[in-house]
Design a protein around this ligand. Structure first.
Ligand SMILES: NC(=O)c1ccc[n+]([C@@H]2O[C@H](COP(=O)([O-])OP(=O)(O)OC[C@H]3O[C@@H](n4cnc5c(N)ncnc54)[C@H](OP(=O)(O)O)[C@@H]3O)[C@@H](O)[C@H]2O)c1
Length: 315
């Protein structure tokens, strides 16, 4: 079969021949239809993601760990949990029984590849406890996940949405109630976070971490004792950096509470998934795709000009 093949950690996958997967007992071979290439896939290939060792143990390997494909009986499914060195960026993928779920009617394969990012946006409620009328700050709102999160916040009834990014024109196009450009000096950014907070941020959906989030948390640390209104920060990504310095005072009396995006998701996944599918069907959730053919993977993989569009390899 043809596949995107990675030969070295930190390299770029190449369009090459790769042996067809031979299914073991309890596995099925899926004909791949669409695969989204996300930051997490690039971080795994670079060896910098915390799950990288699981995927890079055997080289050459095929990147991307989930996608949309066709079962031998023609059913369209979302699949994952692949057996390395096989990945999703190939004509065929080998999937364990239970490693796939039907794509709902009315959802095209390309949109299906992005449902996961919309589900992560729902963490503002499942992890952050967002209630209608509350104020949400979305860090990294000009990216694919952030743009979906702005829409999810609106659909969940957020009272006020503040969005951050690095490009004024793209920030203005988001339809947020206030925007903050993070590409400014530290003090200016801290001021901007305070100026835009209104009565306070109830929930922060954080796709950035690193410098902007460090400045945000510092800005939210009060200069007085007291019982300050909670700000529930939901950590969902690390586009601006994998680490930050967290002074003890950030948490002690500020009201800042930190949660991972997976909090509460296990219990609510069915309901969250159904909600996202409903919004997708009705056109309430929209996103932009940049399509590429598998044969162009080397060029597509290197692209840095997608600006809020998801790279989806279509077969
Ligand atoms: N946990 C999950 O299930 C899940 C799901 C989806 C995404 N994520 C994670 O969330 C993050 C965003 O994903 P994405 O797909 O939305 O990525 P994306 O489309 O590349 O967007 C990245 C966002 O971060 C901003 N950004 C990038 N580098 C920055 C820097 N150095 N300083 C400040 N801002 C920066 C971008 O601003 P510009 O627009 O100006 O470039 C954009 O707003 C990634 O870490 C991804 O792995 C997690």
């Amino acid at each position: 079969m043809k596949a995107a093949v990675l030969h070295e950690v930190g390299g770029v996958p190449r369009y090459e021949d790769f042996p067809d997967p031979v299914p073991a007992a309890g596995e099925v071979v899926v004909k791949v239809r669409a695969v989204a290439v996300e930051n997490v896939d690039k971080a795994i290939v670079a060896g910098t993601h915390y799950t990288a060792a699981r995927y890079l143990g055997e080289l050459p390997m095929i990147p991307c760990f989930d996608g949309i494909g066709e079962l031998p009986d023609g059913r369209l499914v979302g699949f994952g949990n692949l057996r390395p060195p096989y990945g999703a960026l190939a004509e065929l993928a080998v999937v364990p029984d239970g490693g796939f779920a039907p794509v709902p009617d009315g959802i095209d394969p390309e949109f299906a590849t992005v449902l996961g990012s919309a589900i992560t946006g729902m963490a503002m409620r499942t992890a952050g406890g967002l209630a209608p009328g509350e104020t949400v700050l979305i860090q990294g709102a000009t990216g694919v996940a952030g743009r979906l999160a702005v829409q999810v916040a609106r659909l969940l009834g957020a009272g006020r949405i503040v969005a951050t990014g690095r490009d004024d024109a793209r920030l203005a196009a988001l339809g947020a109630d206030a925007v903050i450009n993070t590409a400014v000096p530290d003090d200016e950014l801290a001021e901007a976070y305070l100026a835009a907070r209104g009565d306070g941020y109830d929930v922060v959906m954080d796709y950035l971490w690193g410098r902007p989030t460090e400045i945000l948390l510092r800005a939210l640390t009060p200069d007085s004792f007291g019982f300050h209104k909670p700000t529930r920060v939901v950590q969902a990504g690390e586009s601006a950096g994998p680490a930050l310095t967290l002074p003890a005072a950030t948490l002690r009396t500020s009201g800042v509470e930190l949660f991972g995006a997976a909090r509460g998701l296990r219990e609510s996944l069915g309901e969250v998934y159904a909600q996202v599918v409903d919004w997708a069907r009705s056109g309430d959730l929209v996103f932009a795709v940049e399509r590429a053919r598998l044969s162009d993977i080397e060029t597509a993989w290197r692209r840095t000009d997608l600006h809020g569009r998801r790279l989806v390899v279509v077969f």
